[in-house]
Design a protein around this ligand. Sequence first.
Ligand code: P5A
Length: 440
Amino acid sequence: MRLSQAFLPVLKESPSDAQIVSHKLMLRAGLVRQTAAGIYAWLPLGLKVLRKIEQIVREEQDRAGAIEMLMPTIQSADLWRESGRYDAYGPEMLRIRDRHDREMLFGPTNEEMITAIFRDDVRSYRDLPRTLYHIQWKFRDEVRPRFGVMRGREFLMKDAYSFDLDEAGARQSYYTQLLAYLRTFQRMGIRAVPMKAASGPIGGDLSHEFIVLAPTGESEVFYDADYDAMDWSQTELRYGDAAGLHAMFERIGQTYAATDETHDEARWSQVPGERQRQGRGIEVGHIFYFGTKYSDAMGLRVSGPDGTMVTPHMGSYGVGVSRLVGAIIEASHDDSGIIWPEAVAPWSVGIVTMRGDDAASRQAAGDFYDKLTSLGVEALYDDRDERGGAKLAGMDVMGLPKQIIIGPRGLAQGLVELKDRRTGEKQELSIESALARLTA
Ligand code: P5A
């Protein structure tokens, strides 16, 4: 993308209405604009990041055997009366009436809808187990929407739902999603620690939250530094491997991690002092096993292997896709702006000419941009006739992982500068070796 043709409205001043750094940076760098309390328009830069996050979530769900579908945002109140949650959900639910005076709502989650779909189409144990998911906008009329997309009213969630014949099967599905989550967050370049959680209005007794460490997080967290060394990308642990998944679950259960809600001082004191990590955290995912709560209430039954009718066991698994954009920024920024992990960066490389009025620099930068893009590297070329310093500052705010800086002096010797956004390290390289580095 050439910046002169882009829609990247950057704010010069730090917005005063934003309380936390990620919200400030999302407004400054032009990722989002608020259109009503807790409701945001995603500008092109923000949308690029949102899509990258969504795609990582999708790929890891698919790899774990979950099947994608898409359910609507608007649901009928009657569906929720079947589970008894229509009244129980309270004022967080946005209730709507259509022209025929039928009661509708903007979905805050989809347990009821997926249970009804499954009930109407699945008759036999042969169709189990299945895990279905979608990535769809939700609405929760939060009392205090705040911190931008972190606690919005309208937000994007990946929600998956598992159906199994019995509890043992449902636990397998739960462990499978647990591992998929660990891999998902690791791929995004952030550390999200699984913590045993209370399950609240979703119900059930087995539940974990995934918490990203950040000083502005809403809950106090305590965890064993052993988590920092765990690598979930290793492929030896396969999704079909029941014993391996169980061992992973046990290992997590034995390695201490808790929010203030579930913190246990006695167990904490057994973690060696040098491994105790304490701070604040942001919940980016939450998974639940709730047995037959919805299948019972809504009459979902299938014929079992011996001909008797069986009530499937269910779980649900949420990732806060739009919240993650803010959470990643909270976990990865410095005084100059955002530092995107490569996997979710809107563009990998930013190209800047120090002198926009220098014809040779413009020519070299344009060539460099064309070559990079033809090699499949996503680049943003600031081709405007602005001061070099202002353009560099803009690149820093936007947080692209690598910058190529082209100035008349270096160019005279065939050299450009490659800057690493995270370390600030700069290197002078020939154009060819810079290209080779960025496409390696
Ligand atoms: C699990 C999937 C559920 O709703 N039903 C379907 C279950 N869980 S949850 O914990 O309530 O939400 C899942 C994740 O969504 C994000 N989230 C939010 N993000 C932005 N703004 C909000 N107001 C908001 N509420 C929830 C969180 O990341 C949460 O873990």
